[in-house]
Design a protein around this ligand. Structure first.
Ligand code: ADP
Ligand code: MG
Length: 723
């Protein structure tokens, strides 16, 4: 029996005898060893080429195409010295996954031999067959061509395999008309927009010193680990990434004994190997610990600039998965692998900064710096309130729907947590009556310093989707399986718009003069608070009272993906994305289509598998049990005793319910003629998901009564607690 075999395999598991030795090669030595980083470039490239590259990278200057030749030559030499035979343009299509297509360096030399070649033009541009990647109508199939373009702001790197290595070149993926078909292109555009607006804003405050305004991301990645034998005994986990069946374990997470507990040995050994692999790739992973749910863990890097952090997070996800296999486990990145058990998110720590000023979300120590800090924070409050539906839309997915709105992750209502002290300060700004206010002892912008703001301990308010944590905001609604690009594209764009708004409004009042800045700023911030301040909420986001209060405040509460996605094509959203050149109307519409399709496809797969597992695995085992009970009853009767048949009756009833519910689900799934993706997606929410749940409920009840030795699927208990 599969389940028993899985349990046996887990019990007899022998850890690999291959060991890592961090004493022999220190992490510092390993770090970045597979990265074509600045140090390598400086050593290998002609001086002018290196200088020119750095100008593009550090100051955002246009890339000089003549550098491609020398860079390609150096890359090839470096990569081949590390055993690389192939190169690949790595890109990030709208599936949210990482895509790569390998090409060998070797070319026939015409005389029966081969020579290694890698020209500049192969570095700069690639042409993968793009027809199988989602484009949402941006690329008609007859012009299937898509181009990958070298993203020189992120370094190339080498990936290892026991049988060889290959060179990976980060690229953007666009259609031949230049439409963004990926997650990277809009991020690069949004970074530019933020830089431009950010510098304008800083100039107003006399703080623009020529360095770029960038955004930073520190994504905390949560994940589950289960033994691979269990994984393969659960078709639902294998195909859908989450369990479609399974009764709650009697020992759940109520005891909270897992969180920050000692890390199990096999898991720790896995983590160490993950970290070592990521060190080689220059990913600065720093934190590892158990998470709240049993079997759940977290890995977090030190924050980096948005584009690099995004690529690195993709590498973290890929590495977690591949190393888990080596250690006999499967890594689950799904947002909700187990019903009734905490799901996984990806808290996105977000800040904007310049090299010289550091985080613009750090309160300063002079009144002037404070004013700037409060203005940036006000810009954020405005942006998040004005575009809260967009922020909900960029984290919408079938998987994340199980998390947002269940009482464990932030609710689907987008609000901001500022902490008591900062909230009070903004309260005063809103009241604004400076004279009256002064008497009550409140702060005057640009004159007073702020009282010290305590750092949020991280756990203090987990219930808020967007929390201020001392020198950054933490956007907690991102799903564990999602790319962090979408959230950052949205944040950078709406923040650029808000910073521009503040700059414009203040300039209108001051006429561009220095004097009067603080009064003007006070006035503009007061206006922002009056209009958008209701997005601030410091209380318990899980409470029912908040749902009611939020409704009263007019904050949207978009519970499902089909509810959330329309924000992508809202007039306001299209306008802001077009104004800042981040995504065109067509590009937004394509995303709207694609994300709907992905959502529907997900639910279709899940519903088909629900039917299959229910019919071919659960039903047969329950029938076997029913047969056993009936036989026993018959023999008792034959012995002249009246048998008690309560259990037989119960199993029989449940079996009937299960069959009925399966038939009902089959009927629902059979409908395929939808007029639009919207109609299709709505149908999935209102019909398919409830029908799947109805099948599951009976099946889970059966799991509680069918004899354990007849139950084929590994239980929650087994998957979560056997390490
Ligand atoms: P916690 O679990 O307490 O919220 P972690 O240590 O797990 O915190 O993760 C915090 C993340 O925030 C790290 O990735 C860290 O590098 C990142 N971070 C710290 N400062 C900033 C900042 N100014 N901007 C962006 N991210 C930051
Ligand atoms: Mg953490």
């Amino acid at each position: 029996q599969t389940r028993q075999n899985a349990i046996n395999a887990v019990t007899n598991y022998q850890p690999s005898t291959e060991t890592l030795n961090f004493a022999e090669t220190s992490p510092a030595e390993i770090f970045g060893s597979n990265v074509f980083n600045e140090k390598v470039m400086k050593a290998m490239l002609p001086k002018e080429v290196y200088k020119s590259l750095m100008k593009t990278k550090m100051n955002g200057e246009k890339l000089d195409p003549s550098v491609a030749g020398p860079v390609a030559a150096a890359m090839r030499e470096w990569a081949m010295a590390k055993g690389a035979t192939h190169y690949t343009h790595v890109f990030y299509p709208l599936t949210g996954l990482t895509a790569e297509k390998h090409d060998s360096f070797l070319n026939p030399d015409g005389a029966g031999g081969a020579i290694a070649e890698f020209e500049g033009k192969l570095l700069i541009q690639g042409e993968p067959d793009a027809s199988s990647f989602p484009s949402g109508g941006l690329r008609a199939t007859f012009e299937a061509r898509g181009y990958t373009a070298w993203d020189m702001t992120n370094p190339a790197y080498i990936l290892e395999n026991p049988n060889g290595t290959f060179l990976c070149i980060p690229t953007a993926f666009v259609s031949w008309k230049g439409h963004a078909l990926d997650k990277k292109t809009p991020l690069l555009r949004a970074n530019q927009a933020l830089n431009k607006a950010g510098r304008r804003f800083l100039k107003l405050f006399g703080a623009d010193d020529g360095s770029m305004v960038v955004s930073n991301a520190g994504p905390e990645q949560e994940y589950f680990l289960v033994d691979r034998n269990f994984f393969f005994a659960r078709p639902d986990l294998m195909v859908c990434g989450r369990t479609l069946f399974g009764a709650k374990p009697s020992k759940g997470q109520e005891l909270d004994d897992h969180y920050f507990g000692a890390i199990p040995r096999r898991v720790l050994s896995f983590m160490m190997e993950v970290e070592r692999e990521l060190y080689k790739l220059g990913v600065p992973v720093k934190t590892r610990h158990n998470e709240v749910a049993p079997g759940q863990f977290e890995i977090a890097p030190v924050y980096e600039q948005s584009n690099l952090a995004t690529d690195h997070n993709q590498m973290v996800m890929t590495t977690l998965k591949s190393v888990a296999k080596k250690h006999g486990m499967a890594c689950l990145l799904h947002e909700k692998p187990f019903a009734g058990i905490n799901g996984s998110g990806k808290h996105l720590n977000y800040s904007i900064s310049t090299a010289s000023l550091g985080s613009l979300y750090s309160p300063g120590d002079t009144p002037h710096k404070n004013m700037q800090f409060l203005a940036v924070t006000a810009a954020t409050i405005r942006a998040v309130e004005k575009y809260s539906k967009l922020l909900r839309a960029v984290v919408a997915s079938a998987g994340n729907d199980h998390r947002l709105g269940a009482n464990e992750a932030p609710p689907a209502i987008i609000s901001i947590f500022l902490g008591e002290e900062l909230a009070e300060i903004f309260n005063q700004i809103e009241l604004g009556d400076l004279k009256g206010c002064k008497a009550k002892g409140c702060l005057e912008l640009g004159v007073d310093t702020l009282p010290p703001l305590p750092m949020d301990s991280g756990d203090r308010n987990r219930t808020s989707p967007f929390a201020f944590t001392g020198n950054r905001f933490e956007f907690r609604a991102v799903g564990s399986n999602q790319s962090i690009a979408g959230a950052q594209v949205a944040l950078n764009t709406i923040l650029a718009e808000s910073l521009d708004y503040i700059t414009d409004e203040i300039t209108k009042i001051t006429g561009g003069k220095k004097s009067g800045l603080k009064e003007a700023c006070q006035k503009v911030l007061q206006g922002i608070m009056k209009q958008h301040g209701h997005v601030i909420f410091n209380g318990d986001g899980y409470a029912d009272a908040w749902q009611k209060e939020a409704a009263k405040r007019g904050l949207p509460n978009l519970k499902t993906t089909p509810d959330a996605l329309p924000a992508l094509i809202d007039k306001d959203v299209v306008a802001v994305f077009e104004k800042y050149g981040v995504l065109s109307k067509d590009e937004l519409h394509s995303r709207y289509e694609i994300y709907h399709e992905q959502y529907c496809q997900h639910i279709v797969t899940e519903s088909l598998l629900t039917i299959k597992v229910a019919k071919t695995i659960i039903l047969p085992s329950a029938i076997r049990y029913q047969g056993e009970l009936a036989q026993v009853a018959a023999s008792i009767k034959a012995a002249g005793i009246e048998p008690r048949t309560i259990l037989l009756q119960e199993v029989t009833d449940k079996l009937r319910d299960l069959q009925q519910n399966i038939v009902a689900l089959e009927k629902i799934v059979a409908k395929e003629d939808f007029k639009s993706v919207e109609e299709d997606a709505k149908y999935k929410v209102t019909k398919t998901l409830p029908a799947m749940l109805a099948v599951r409920e009976v099946a889970d009840a059966l799991e509680g009564i069918v004899a354990d030795d007849l139950w084929p699927l590994p239980s929650y208990q087994e998957m979560l607690f056997i390490k």
